[in-house]
Design a binder for this molecule. Structure first.
Ligand SMILES: Cc1cc2nc3c(=O)[nH]c(=O)nc-3n(C[C@H](O)[C@H](O)[C@H](O)COP(=O)(O)OP(=O)(O)OC[C@H]3O[C@@H](n4cnc5c(N)ncnc54)[C@H](O)[C@@H]3O)c2cc1C
Ligand SMILES: NC(=O)c1ccc[n+]([C@@H]2O[C@H](COP(=O)([O-])OP(=O)(O)OC[C@H]3O[C@@H](n4cnc5c(N)ncnc54)[C@H](O)[C@@H]3O)[C@@H](O)[C@H]2O)c1
Ligand code: SF4
Ligand code: FES
Length: 808
């Protein structure tokens, strides 16, 4: 027996109303749907208007659901039509075009309008709000004809508008009532840093100014302030906040305060009538950001589709200013009171500021300026009111300890319903389903399929964490031309730009080269850190927080949270004394397993994090770099010292090579093997550099790999003397350092470059070889054992490994 479908009418074709419908469609809701929207466009991403104004997007780029979406989903759409009256008794809406549309259920999603100051002159020509596509066009037209703009209001909207107008060539002054910009999101230090940065970008400020009149004849020509001073302006943008659109609701007898009053299921005071988005007031709060609206929309969609749902209990909001090169983030509580414990760090040289507020031990708010790498993580922690602990502390405050682990864990504990992409209302479940059911494996694919990361990009790190969590090692963040989705530049272009422009830090590279995501991502940051270190071995200050967790800890984390310790054993050779020390330390620190590795050394598995420094100290052996993109092992056979077939001293040569080239940063992990004769007992054929002794000297092979993508080596050349062998190996390593993509193994590099090209540059061009050698020799003078370095630094040691109160 079929039942007639109920009729659902939506008033407002904006982000909240359509976001709710999208969720309902996914849930399989059965309604006949009709939408009435006063704008003449299909649903678009309002938050991207800032980018349209700035000139980095067009209107076409920001359409979220084009006309065909409505058709495909059987939705009747009336654009350019405003609802003027709701007749709740007869369940009908009336429009300004004379339509009368009946409903069974009604959703009001009318959003807000800009608040226009009630001052003389507000109606003059050249005074606009910034809310929709029409406003955006008005601003762009004004910029083509006029020079001097004033933006009243130094909040998020005002600052983004000001930057857009500066980009369009206008002379822009932001007029702000208070002494601090964005005082609703930032504390004083962050505000001051923000203002200084925006001044550098060409925006002027008139702070602490109350506008009492807009002067001029028909068109505005200036602003008059309460203190009697004036500012000339032939164009004025009003950005002093918003007002929920409640007139139609109020006129129909609905309970309205500042916004339309709703309960925890978005139901208004009238039966069958719901409201969602900026027009509503929930538990006394009206929201002005999209993330809460999508959270409301999800609850409403489930409620209307009779799917079990938790009630909507309010949102913890976070904000991010969308101005390139200005990284600001704020979440939850941001002004400290006596109740808070404050963790903060301000660096005037790097121009960064971080503050985290705790109530008890719970994270209740944060402000970041300059370095917002941890914004996605902090957003989750504040939303979850997570307990602060050593790992979270270290990852947020910059030592980066276990940041990856903490993030992966928090992705695991996120509920399916949790919204990952606030701008587009995409939940964790939607992303996981896209990965598992549609076989997606990159951020770009997730973006195309779900919309996540499509707008401000702030959710990209979390999307990447989910990809990593679901796919593990199978995660490859996209096959685009750029090194990641933050840039379209490839490795060679980036390295060339760094050299040509003398760029010195990750932040500078991302800013100058126009990264789409100001704080970068987990793919580009480690790569940039490597390229900068390779280009400037002497002066570049390594950014530990841009390295992978194992590298930051100088140990490999295991699935039970303990670590492994692998000391160096040059050429796979050890001594009874070293073995005794390893045994003593293993017993003392309750090491679970001592494993002989494939690279001929010992792996102490199951060391507790807090014991790592003591284990390193008591072993008193160099780090084996088992965690690093660096030289790992030099596997040797017994060779001529003992083997009756041996023609060359493979153990001696292996140890020499390992001592010489250890500790150097490389694009990926790197392994040698050295054999005393062509019987090849130490298996040179699958190593990055494989060396085989013969009667007349040595043969050098490169580009082998025994891992997932197995590859046998190519022969590079034969040499007669030991010193020549070491030189060729050094030149190969330096050429690889200078030309490989970060994480590219030599097996891929040799195939990409071609063995003949490499041979020509190293074997045949002796001048080039000499230059490569000079550069690697210099780089080698700059390296230091990381275990010893950490042991010398009590603050870092305390922060990374011990449960001590960190020094702030
Ligand atoms: C320039 C700009 C940048 C922003 N950037 C961000 C950001 O970075 N991050 C963030 O979280 N938020 C941002 N916001 C805020 C965000 O865009 C809003 O929170 C969101 O769009 C609100 O969605 P909504 O559906 O409630 O309202 P809207 O998107 O405004 O949709 C309401 C729609 O209803 C229509 N309507 C109104 N009355 C009627 C009627 N009587 N009949 C028919 N239709 C009607 C309106 O014309 C409008 O199209 C930004 C806003 C602007 C203007
Ligand atoms: N990146 C983002 O997240 C983003 C970007 C743009 C807009 N938005 C949202 O759009 C909405 C509108 O933004 P907004 O910046 O207009 O609102 P807002 O309320 O965040 O900021 C308005 C600012 O104007 C100032 N102000 C008030 N009266 C003034 C006066 N008479 N003279 C000078 N300054 C005065 C206030 O002190 C305040 O800082 C907000 O909800 C905002 O969250 C968000
Ligand atoms: S490779 Fe040759 S020298 Fe080395 S152990 Fe085997 S047989 Fe002996
Ligand atoms: S949160 Fe802005 S694009 Fe996802």
């Amino acid at each position: 027996m079929s039942t007639a479908r109920e009729k659902l009418v939506v008033v407002g074709n904006g982000m909240a109303g359509i976001g709710t419908l999208e969720q309902m469609i996914k849930l399989g809701g059965h309604y006949d749907i009709e939408i009435i929207g006063s704008e003449p466009h299909p649903n678009y991403n309002r938050i991207m208007l800032s980018y349209v104004l700035e000139g980095t997007k067009t209107i076409d780029d920001i359409i979220l659901n084009d006309w065909s979406w409505y058709e495909q989903n059987g939705i009747q759409l009336h654009t350019g039509t405003a609802v003027t009256r709701i007749d709740a008794e007869d369940r009908k809406v009336h429009t300004d075009t004379g339509l009368v549309i009946s409903y069974d259920k009604l959703i009001i999603a009318t959003g807000s309008k800009p608040f226009m100051l009630p001052i003389p002159g507000i109606d003059k020509e050249g005074v606009v709000g910034f809310r929709d596509i029409a406003d955006c066009h008005r601003m762009m037209e004004a910029a083509a004809s006029y020079d001097k703009a004033a933006v009243i209001g130094g909040g998020l909207l005002g600052l983004e508008a000001a930057k857009g107008l500066v980009n369009l060539g206008m002379d822009v002054t932001v007029v702000h009532l208070m002494d601090d910009l964005m005082e609703r999101q930032l504390d004083h230090p962050a505000s001051a840093m923000l203002q200084a940065e925006l001044e550098r970008q060409g925006i002027k400020f008139a702070m602490g100014k109350q506008t009492v009149e807009l002067t001029g004849e028909q068109r505005v020509n200036g602003l008059l302030f309460k203190d009697g001073s004036r500012l000339d302006a032939d164009f004025v943008v009003m950005a002093v906040g918003i007002q929920p659109n409640t007139a139609v609701a109020a006129g129909s007898g609905m309970a309205v305060n500042r916004g339309i009053i709703v309960d925890d299921y978005m139901q208004t005071s009238l039966p069958g009538v719901y409201a969602v988005g900026e027009c509503v007031e929930h538990r006394g709060v009206c929201y002005g950001l999209v993330a809460p609206l999508f959270e409301q929309g999800l609850v409403l969609a489930k409620h209307l589709c009779s799917v079990d749902t938790k009630p909507y209990e309010g949102s913890v909001v976070s904000t991010k200013l969308k101005i390139s090169g200005v990284d600001v983030f704020s979440a939850g509580e941001f002004i400290e009171t006596g109740e808070h414990t404050v963790i903060s760090a301000k660096d005037d040289w790097k121009r960064t500021y971080k503050k985290v507020l705790l109530r008890g031990n719970q994270i209740v708010g944060a402000v970041l300026f300059g370095d917002v790498t941890e914004s996605a993580n902090l957003q989750k922690l504040v939303r979850q009111q997570a307990e602060m602990n050593d790992e979270i502390y270290a990852s947020i405050m910059g030592t980066g300890c276990c940041g990856g682990g903490a993030k992966a864990a928090s992705v695991e504990t996120m509920s399916d319903d949790e919204i990952v992409c606030g701008c587009n209302g995409v939940t964790k479940q939607a992303i996981v389903q896209a990965i598992t059911e549609q076989g997606l494996s990159s951020v770009e694919e997730i973006k195309a399929c779900t919309g996540a990361t499509r707008s401000c990009g702030g959710c990209k790190p979390v999307v990447e964490d989910i990809l990593k969590f679901v796919l593990g090692d199978g995660f490859a963040a996209g096959a685009q031309k750029g090194i990641c989705t933050c840039t379209t530049l490839n490795r060679d272009e980036i390295v060339a730009e760094i050299k040509a422009k003398g760029l010195q830090s990750i932040r500078e590279v991302m800013h100058v080269l126009g990264w789409s995501q100001p704080e970068g991502c987990s793919k580009c940051r480690p790569a940039l850190n490597y390229y900068l270190g390779m280009i400037y071995p002497e002066t570049y200050e390594d950014e530990a927080e841009s390295r992978f967790v194992n590298e930051r800890m100088s140990a490999n984390i295991q699935k039970d949270g303990t670590f492994t310790v692998v000391p160096r054993m040059y050429g796979g050779v050890t001594t009874p004394e070293d073995l005794k020390r390893i045994a003593d330390v293993s017993l003392k620190y309750d090491v679970k397993v001592v494993k002989v590795t494939g690279g001929q050394r010992l792996d102490l598995i199951g060391v507790k994090k807090e014991d790592l420094p003591k284990v390193w100290e008591e072993l008193d052996m160099p780090s084996g770099y088992a965690y690093a993109k660096s030289l790992r092992t030099v596997k040797t056979c017994v060779g001529s010292q003992f083997c009756r077939f041996g023609t060359q001293d493979s153990m001696g040569m292996g140890a020499r090579l390992e001592r010489k080239f250890e500790r150097l940063d490389l694009p990926a992990k790197f392994k040698f093997a050295v054999n005393g004769c062509p019987r090849n007992c130490a298996e040179s054929c699958t190593k990055d550099i494989g060396i085989v002794g013969n009667d007349g000297g040595w043969e050098i092979f490169i580009g082998g790999n025994g891992g997932i993508k197995a590859r046998l080596v190519d022969s590079l050349c034969k040499v007669k003397f030991d010193d020549e062998l070491v030189e060729i190996c050094g030149a190969v390593m330096q050429l690889y350092r200078e030309t490989a993509n970060y994480l590219e193994r030599t097996s891929e590099w040799v195939e990409r470059m071609g063995i003949d090209t490499i041979r020509a540059q190293i074997v045949e061009d002796t001048e080039n070889r000499k230059a490569l050698l000079e550069r690697i020799e210099f780089a080698l003078t700059q390296v230091e054992d990381p275990w010893k370095k950490l042991l010398r630094d009590p603050q870092k040691r305390g922060l990374l490994f011990e449960h001590k109160e960190p020094a702030i």
